[in-house]
Design a protein. Structure first.
Length: 144
């Protein structure tokens, strides 16, 4: 183990970490707002209901989409965690990553994250800048 550590050039490692930091920051500035703008305004309300129906209609396509979305979502979530200490939009990137993934308890975790007023304001600020309707996070009493 010590021979492995001694063979690593610390300055080169720091250089690569700096490059990775800049790339994740630049990528998050482009990808996260674009993904937020692609969400339907009622995503946080209707997604849970529609997921089960789509799986029944197209089982093979559902498997392919499951693999793609979970892969992309995992990458975004991990990048979001890294952005909590590196430059970037960490919480928003984590929310988008979670929104893409399918796993048990996803909806409860996503609802917990988007119940934060700061996260809601940030998501809707990006949507206003992109001339999209604001996201709806809860069903109002009038719509029940």
């Amino acid at each position: 183990m010590s021979s492995l550590l001694s063979s690593i050039d610390v300055s080169q490692l720091l250089r690569w970490m700096g490059v990775l930091s800049v790339l994740t920051f630049a990528g998050s500035l482009l990808a996260v707002p674009w993904l937020i703008l692609q969400l339907p305004e009622d995503y946080f309300i209707r997604h849970r209901l529609e997921t089960g129906q789509k799986r029944k209609r197209h089982p093979m396509l559902s498997v392919l989409l499951f693999c793609f979305r979970n892969s992309l979502g995992t990458v975004l979530f991990v990048c979001g965690i890294a952005m909590l200490v590196l430059p970037g939009q960490g919480l928003l990137t984590m929310v988008i990553g979670l929104a893409l993934m399918d796993f048990p308890g996803k909806h409860q975790l996503l609802e917990l994250l988007v119940s934060n007023r700061g996260v809601q304001r940030s998501l809707n600020w990006i949507r206003r800048k992109g001339d999209r309707k604001e996201l709806v996070f809860y069903v109002s009493a009038e719509e029940d």
